[in-house]
Design a protein around this ligand. Structure first.
Ligand SMILES: Cc1ncc(COP(=O)(O)O)c(C=O)c1O
Length: 368
């Protein structure tokens, strides 16, 4: 089977450097919140252009901690995309606040700023743009709206490390922003990992304290925090991989362009659309077609693995059934769920693999 994703080539190339990082970690004799976490936090903050980076255990915790730092809690509402991975919603729900879905733009599939105002209520406190699939949201309009209404912004930058809006990196627009380093992400650890970035000292101080049992001084607890520390070994690995992120994003971009060129004549599919002002780091290459299920089965028969991001939108998940959402309430999210298909794309993917995917899609639609 030609895999949807593999980090094997990248990891083979980095083997020697990762061994060095591992040995340094092993010999340090200090395994929680040590020098590796501190060094990665400094590296990532400098790379993204933020004053502070606080390493946490995963992207979901990064969202939850960001919202808590802003004081979001029960009785509040946070605007979220209707078509995101459920973690974006869960980060809000975990604070006791309510996620309020807003539909995406039907070409970029990112949160549509033109639809936000209709979802505002007296309880709205924040907006959570998710840079879905790796493309930057329209941050200019979103920040303007937030300013106009006095809302905070928390970016979910799990999928878009390195993307930009008008030249500024995603993950630096909101007051405090969340990042995931899940292994398949553009910057991926060898296990779970995440981070929060911000410029304001108070938010950084909150995140530092909250992630470590609410404690600044050992065995003295200022708040009911949690244990969500970035693992020291993951930080050592991430320090190595961060140096290659730009190169990998370039490679993703080259692969994406090949798909865009090769599939441009197929009217039966909608290709990813990059909005003016936005760059895309191609975490996922997502096409849409009403024949999605048949196309996926056809490719699978040819030994090509594809995935669906995501097959059921959050409002129709059992996890949110208590809210009472109905089918048909968020038609664009639902259309995405039935029509989207993610094609294999990852650094180290070889040309022959990609050619087979392209041939397979063309054959399905009866083209040469
Ligand atoms: C958009 C989005 N938000 C949040 C997360 C949560 O990250 P993690 O899996 O590290 O908790 C993910 C990835 O899984 C994601 O894709």
């Amino acid at each position: 089977m030609l895999p949807f994703f593999s980090s094997k080539t990248v990891h083979d190339t980095l083997n020697a450097e990762i061994q060095v990082a591992w040995q340094r970690f092993y010999a340090s004799n200090y395994y929680v919140l040590g020098t590796e976490v501190k060094a990665f936090e400094a590296d990532y903050a400098s790379w993204i252009g933020a004053k502070h980076c606080i390493g946490v255990a995963n992207g979901l915790d990064a969202l939850h901690i960001s919202l808590r730092a802003l004081g979001i809690g029960p009785g509040d509402e946070v605007i979220v995309p209707s078509n995101t991975y459920i973690a974006s919603w869960l980060g809000v729900s975990q604070t006791g606040a309510k996620p309020v879905p807003v539909e995406p733009d039907s070409r970029s599939w990112n949160l549509d700023p033109r639809r936000i105002e209709a979802a505002i209520t007296p309880q709205t406190k924040a907006i959570m743009p998710v840079h879905l699939y790796g493309q930057a949201c329209e941050m200019g309009s979103i920040m303007e709206l937030a300013q106009k209404h006095g809302f905070k912004v928390v970016e979910d930058n799990a999928q878009a490390h390195g993307a930009t809006w008008n030249g500024q990196k995603t993950g630096t627009f909101g007051q405090i922003n969340a990042h995931s380093f899940y292994p398949t992400k553009n910057l991926g650890a060898l296990g779970d990992a995440g981070a929060v970035t911000c410029n304001e000292e108070d938010f950084a101080d909150f995140a530092h304290t909250f992630r470590n049992y609410g404690s600044k001084v050992r065995y003295y607890n200022e708040m009911q925090g949690t244990n969500s520390r970035l693992d020291e070994l993951q930080a050592a690995i991430l320090r190595v991989k961060l140096r290659y992120l730009h190169q990998w994003n370039e490679e993703r971009s080259m692969l994406a362009q090949r798909y865009l060129d090769a599939l441009a004549d197929l009217d039966a599919i909608q290709l990813p659309h990059c909005q003016e002002g936005a760059t895309h780091v191609w975490h996922l290459f997502v096409i849409t077609t009403p024949k999605r299920d048949a196309l996926q089965a056809f490719l699978a028969q040819k030994g090509i693995q594809t995935l669906i991001h995501y097959p059921l939108p959050p409002h129709l998940q059992k996890a949110y059934q208590d809210v009472g959402y109905q089918k048909g309430q968020f038609p664009l999210a639902e259309k995405m769920a039935t029509e989207c298909l993610s094609l294999p794309l990852f650094p180290g993917m070889d040309a022959a693999h990609q050619a087979q995917v392209i041939e397979g899609i063309k054959a399905f639609f009866g083209q040469k």
